[in-house]
Design a binder for this molecule. Sequence first.
Ligand SMILES: Cc1cc2nc3c(=O)[nH]c(=O)nc-3n(C[C@H](O)[C@H](O)[C@H](O)COP(=O)(O)OP(=O)(O)OC[C@H]3O[C@@H](n4cnc5c(N)ncnc54)[C@H](O)[C@@H]3O)c2cc1C
Length: 532
Amino acid sequence: MENFDYIVVGGGSSGCVAASRLSEDPGVRVLLLESGRNDTSKWIHIPATFFKILEKGVDSIAYLGEPSEALNNRPAIVPQGHVIGGGSSINAMLYVRGQSQDYDSWGQMGVKGWSFEEVLPVFKSLENNLRHSDEFHGTEGEMVVSEKGYGHPLSWAFIRAAQEAGIPYNEDFNGAEQEGVGFYQSTTSENRRWSSAQAFLRKAEKRPNLKILTNRRVAKITFADKRASGVVLEDGASYDCSGEVVMCAGAIETPRLLQLSGIGNAAELKEHGIDVVSDLPGVGENYQDHLESTVQGETHEPISMYEEDKGFAAFKHMLQYLTTRTGLLTSNVVECGGFVDVSDAGIPDMQFCVLPLMVGGLDRPAIEAHGIAIGPVFLRPKSRGTVKLRSANSKDSALFNSGALTDPADVEILMRGIRKGIEILEAPSLAKLIKRRMLPEPGIEKDDDAFRDYVRQTAKTIFHPSGTCKMGGDTDKMAVLDSELRVRGVQGLRVCDASAMPNLISGNTNAPTMMIAERCTRFMMGKETVEA
Ligand SMILES: Cc1cc2nc3c(=O)[nH]c(=O)nc-3n(C[C@H](O)[C@H](O)[C@H](O)COP(=O)(O)OP(=O)(O)OC[C@H]3O[C@@H](n4cnc5c(N)ncnc54)[C@H](O)[C@@H]3O)c2cc1C
């Protein structure tokens, strides 16, 4: 059986960082196992075509939650990357880190060494920002962060209208102040997606000490006594590990794999006939995600991106992109938005994700007309969900309850966000372009019950599942990981994907996840420590 010093499970945002860093030492052998294929699809690399990946469902998987009363009996549908690069190969490329208070709050939850002051240098070391160079930004890292590729007229109109509605303009959501509206910076380079695979794996994949296997699905981790000793794959193959196994399979798959391997709530594992290796009741708990509802308006003129992906228009845009790397296809579609305090919280509690076209949900068709979609997203959800086992069969999907909107506070804050979105839609710079409001149906915001129902009917993920194997202090019974991302109660096993976040950060999760993975490798290689 082949033996490796390190086995990385999952080749997504975090897995590419981990495999790349660990294999920098030519003296160690690293295996990266990814259940999806390589990132060869052209739809991955052209910024504006990422929605095609979700449509096709080859390089993505849509996880289906249990139908929930809080979502008007709809199931949560949560697509995730299933390809080298994972989420970073299919996401909207927004480069956002969240607020300093997010990381400081992890410290208040008993996690040592993850205050903003301590994580900022890690973010900066990974960053190659093409515009900003100051105390908040790095310019020498692998992750290229660019200005918008394309500025759609409807994005500009939103930015002006939001200022008319009293929201300041902000050039840098990752600088001193998060609050304000503007264009997002993106993880793109020369108008191509700059995924974690492009940034980290491309240079590492040539190394003889790194073996990458795609289309290989891990079924469980094996243990010799309490030490992780390797992995078994769905196809029956197995690999030995003499150092550490690093879990990077994402916030839904990582807790599922831990439970299949005997790490989780002992009583639940026994019900499935699984031998308990470590009784950690927090595994698969604390699921958190960002949800948005929507404000949409139809425009008088055919000026949006509607149908630009069809027929001659699509051909023209592709030709322009392929010959000059310019034009509409350089857009990351969610070009602009911002962060607003809609509850007098003192810091932003709402993000806006704005698209220059009207969009549907995964369970709802888009309105067939030209228009704009303004998506208010709560930043710090109060609702929590779970990822548990359906059975001991590794081929079964997880029993997934997103818990979305189970805390009424999350509904109320989305209502406030929608009201703010309507205000922006009605401000002069957008009002003059808008023929009529399509969503929510005009007047509904005046009837609280109907308005709540609208939120429950339309709220959908913006794809940030997190928190299911949280870091936590020694006295926190629900903590799965210590502050150096080691799984409690066993040796030789760490988790460094989005599951490790104790609380979801106030923004998009790709950059924070890569930061967590980078730190994990520093702990593993003895370059950094946070333990006293
Ligand atoms: C559509 C979409 C849009 C998004 N937009 C943004 C955005 O604009 N900005 C932003 O910052 N964030 C965005 N995100 C979120 C961000 O991309 C994720 O938070 C991040 O990619 C999570 O990284 P991860 O390493 O935890 O998991 P992933 O990147 O999902 O990686 C997990 C990998 O593990 C593999 N895997 C799973 N199970 C197994 C197994 N059993 N064996 C082997 N391999 C396995 C998967 O195939 C996957 O490649 C978006 C996400 C999506 C899906």
